[in-house]
Design a protein around this ligand. Sequence first.
Ligand code: BES
Ligand code: MN
Ligand code: ZN
Length: 492
Amino acid sequence: MNISFSKIALPSQGVAVVGVAEGGKLGPAGTKLDKQTRGTLSRAMKGSEFTGKRERTLSIVAPAGTKLTRIILVGLGSLKTLDAVAAERIGAVLYDAVSKDTAATVVVDQTGSVTSSELAAHVGGGAVLKSYRFTKYRTKEDKDAKPKLKTLTVQCDAPGDAKKHYAAVSAVVDGVFFTRDLVTEPPNIIYPESFVARAKELSKDGIKVEALGEAAMKKLGMGALLGVGLGSERESQLLVMRWDGGKKNEAPVAIIGKGVCFDSGGISLKPGAGMWDMKWDMGGAGTVVGLMRALARRKAPVNVVGLCGLVENMPDGRAQRPGDVVTSMSGQTIEVLNTDAEGRLVLADVLWYAQQKFKPKAMVDLATLTGAIIAALSDQYAGIFSNNDELSNKLIAAGQAVSERLWRLPMGDEYDRDLKSPIADMKNIGGPRAGAITAAQFLQRFVKDVPWAHLDIAGVVWNDKGTPLAAGGSTGWGVRLLNRFITDNYEG
Ligand code: BES
Ligand code: MN
Ligand code: ZN
C-alpha cells in the first residue's frame, strides 16, 4: 500500500475518512463536507452512538449526487491528548475500515498535541503497520479476504512537511516489517545460516554485516553458546551488524538479540503442544535486525552495533546433556542442569564478546528468555532488568512514548544466590520461583561495568489476537522502542 500526502480539499471519489473530535466536533473540512451533503454527517452521528470517542468509527453510505462511495467518521478523542501514538492507532483503525476499498482519502483537519503534519505522517504509518500480511506460503487465498487498498491519500495543511516526517516513519515501518518477516518464517526456512543470509540484505542499506561460524567461535572460547547448538544439524552463527552514522571513534551502543531459531528444549524436551511457538524464539534477534534497517534507512547520526547469537536447540546424540559443564568465553564455568534454559547460555557469550570487541557505551539485550515473564506481565509489558537507573529510565520513557511498554523488575544478591552450583561457577537455572529475575541475574554475571539493560520480551513478540498496530502473529515489538531510545539519547 502506498501513502501519499496532499493539501486539504474535499475528496470527490472513493471513500472519504473524516476525523471527529470528542463531543462530535468536526474540523473545517468535515464541516464543509457535512454542508455539501446537506447534513449527512451530523445526522448520522445523531442517529448513532458515535460521539468521536478515540478509535471508534462510523461508516456512512455516501448520499446520491456525489462520486464518493462511503464516508467514514473516525473518532479522534480529546485533541489535547492526540499525539503520535494516538495518530498511529487511528491510522490502524481506519486502515481496517477501508482495506477492502480500492482508494481512500483521509482528511487531517484537526490538530492535536503535535503538529498536523506529524499527525498526518503517523496516521499513514499506523495504517501501513496494520496492513502487514505474511502470505508467501499461501497458494490459494479467498479473494474476499484480500485487502484491496492500493493508495491511502492523507490530506493535511502542510503535505511537504508531512512527507518529510513520513520519511523517518517509513524507515521504521520498513524495520518493523523486516522483523515481522523474519519472526514469522517457519523454522525449516529460518535457521542460523539462512538468518545471516537474510540479514546480509542490510548491506544494501549501508550496514556492515559479518558473521562468525562455529570454528571462529570455538577459537574465541564460546563454549556456552556452542553447547546449545551441539544437537543441531545447523551451524551456529554470531551475526554482527554495524551502522556507523555517528562520529568516527565514538563508542557504539550495542544491541544484542537472542536468536534461538527453534527451541525444542533440547534433551530437556518441551511438551509437544505449543512447541511450534518456539520458532519465534529468535524474536530478540529479529528485532535487532529490524532496528538496524530502521537506523540505516533514516540515516541516523549514531554508531550502533547489533549482535545476534543464532542457534538451534535440538535433542540429538550429540546434544548437550543436563549435567554437562561448559566454559564460557568469560572463563566462567556453567553447569547446564536444564538444556531448555538455553537463551541465557547463548547471551552469556554474545554479551561478553560485545564488550570485549566494541567497548560499547551502553548495552541492551532483547530475549524471549522466560515463560516466567509472561506469567508476571502477560502481553502488556516487557520486563526490564538493569544495572543502571539512568539507562533503565531512558528505555522506559522511550517505551512509553511509542506505546511499547516496559516494567522494571528487581535484581539483587538474594536472587543471585539461587544460581550456586556444587561443582561449577554457576548453574543455568535458579529455583522454582522468580524465574525471569534469576535469568537476568545469570546474564548479569557476564556484564562488566558497562550500563546494561535486559529486556525479556517473551510475552510481546507474538500475539495471536493482534495488537493495535498488528493484525495478529509477529508484532515487531521493540523496533519502534529502540529507534526512539536511540533518537532521544544518542543522536547529536
Ligand atoms: N524460549 C523459552 C522461553 C519462552 C517460553 C519464550 C514461552 C516464549 C514463550 C526459554 O528458552 C525457556 O525455555 N525458558 C524456560 C527456562 C526454565 C527451564 C528455567 C522457561 O521459561 O520455562
Ligand atoms: Mn528454552
Ligand atoms: Zn528459548
